[in-house]
Design a protein around this ligand. Structure first.
Ligand SMILES: Nc1ncnc2c1ncn2[C@@H]1O[C@H](COP(=O)(O)OP(=O)(O)OP(=O)(O)O)[C@@H](O)[C@H]1O
Ligand SMILES: [Mg+2]
Length: 402
């Protein structure tokens, strides 16, 4: 497959909304640049109201130019009427991949690394929330879908938010009878779960969800049905992180819970305030992680994942250390772990970064979703459990406290 200006190299993922490809642009004298091309699925672009909103939002997103936001380069329409967003290619993984890889390796995402990632997300959000038009009026940009899937981490330790504006456009296609977004169960602020108007503090709530899931390795909102999950989100009912992972520093837990306040007036009022609180903790606890440490963590984690793949392991052994006795087969792992929401979400079963083509990716993402659900009956992990507390582990200091 090729587009006029781009050569498609490989499919990264396919979901309910788009197909994502790695591609390259070519130019004068052998000029080449890797890009990411997102092809909006045709059933969405049949709807004029979707297309209008999508184009407007993509234009707005293209004005965002900041280190912590995936740069949108172009919006194209093919002769056949297919819509493509061309954006910066991030050589890395999304946070759902990171959380899953850590679980499969029986490791935790160290608190200082999780906090660093959340701080970078906050910086990207603050930039977007503060973006003004040429007359100086705030553009009121809200992401609306900050979730582990929409935060990319490169192997160089960069953290980038993707899909600004996409959620707004997709919302008009996905309204259920009660007027809320289908497929976003688990990643909505209380006001979003109630179908109420949003402001930038909705993104702050969702950043709290992302940090929560990085710290505990489990879904923040995962009821036994869509309905119960929706209720948990509407009431911002969360299990405190330390109840699941005792190694989460209490000060970080307090910050997460404040970000996850039901009333937006009780949350951090802007992304920089949340970033500042996390920065203060990191300094006080002598746990300031850097991009270099994040890069090292990413390389370690995904080298381990590659080793497992080479060895043909499904991660069952590693999993057993997290959730109890090892089930006999991968199918049993899925049954054992599956969160009803994982299936009900119906979003992009595919994952990425797994050699062997889209089929293999599909299995990978499916397993990832399942693993990300709350493990029924799982008690708190003892301090340092999960294999992440070795001397070389940058989180060891963080877990040991200030
Ligand atoms: N700019 C990019 N560079 C590299 N990989 C990307 C890029 N954008 C997206 N991806 C990868 O493609 C995957 C699928 O992206 P996509 O946005 O279609 O779905 P999603 O983020 O999982 O769900 P959502 O519909 O909520 O955005 C991402 O999770 C990420 O792994
Ligand atoms: Mg996305």
């Amino acid at each position: 497959m090729s587009l006029k200006k781009f050569e498609i190299l490989e499919m990264i993922a396919k979901g309910g909304m788009a197909e994502v490809y790695k591609a390259k642009t070519t130019g004068l004298q052998g000029f080449e640049k890797e890009v990411c091309v997102k092809k909006i699925l045709p059933h969405l672009t049949e709807d004029d109201s979707f297309v209008n909103m999508f184009v407007n939002e993509a234009k707005l997103a293209a004005t965002l130019n900041y280190a912590n936001v995936v740069q949108v380069h172009d919006l194209c329409v093919s002769a056949g009427g297919e819509y493509f967003i061309v954006m910066e290619y991030v050589n890395g993984k999304d946070l759902s991949d990171v959380i899953r890889a850590a679980q499969l390796a029986g490791r935790e995402v160290p608190a200082d690394i999780a906090v660093y990632i959340a701080r970078e997300v906050c910086k990207g959000l603050f930039y977007a929330h503060s973006k003004t038009d040429p007359s100086g009026a705030n553009l009121n940009i809200i992401h609306r879908d900050i979730s582990p899937h929409n935060v990319l981490v490169s192997f160089m330790g960069e953290v980038k938010i993707t899909d600004f504006g996409i959620a707004k456009a997709s919302s008009i296609m996905n309204k259920t009878a009660v007027g809320i977004l289908k497929g976003k169960y688990g990643y909505m602020s209380p006001e979003q779960a109630r179908g109420q108007p949003l402001d930038h503090r909705s993104d702050i709530f969702n950043t709290g969800i992302v940090l929560y899931e990085l710290l505990v390795g489990e879904r923040c909102f995962a009821g036994s049905s869509d309905f119960s999950t929706l209720n948990l989100m509407r009431n911002a009912e969360v299990t405190p992180p330390t109840k699941i992972n005792r190694s989460v520093p209490p000060e970080v837990e307090a910050i997460v819970l404040k970000a996850l306040s039901k009333e937006r007036g009780d949350r951090y009022q802007d992304a920089l305030a949340l970033e500042g609180a996390l920065a203060d903790w990191a300094k006080k606890a002598n746990s300031v992680a850097t991009a270099t440490e994040l890069a090292r963590f990413m390389r370690e984690l995904f080298a381990q994942a590659e080793e497992r793949e080479k060895a043909g392991s499904t991660g069952v052994l590693a999993l057993s250390s997290v959730v109890g006795p090892a089930p006999k087969s991968e199918a049993e792992v899925a049954r054992h772990q599956i969160n009803p929401l994982a299936g009900a979400e119906g979003r992009r079963p595919q994952g990425r970064g797994r050699p062997g083509g889209p089929g293999a990716r599909q299995a990978s993402r499916h397993q990832g979703r399942a693993l990300a659900g709350r493990s029924p009956g799982r008690g708190p992990r003892p301090r340092g459990a999960g294999g992440g507390g070795g001397a070389a582990d940058p989180g060891a200091r963080a877990r040991a406290g200030p």
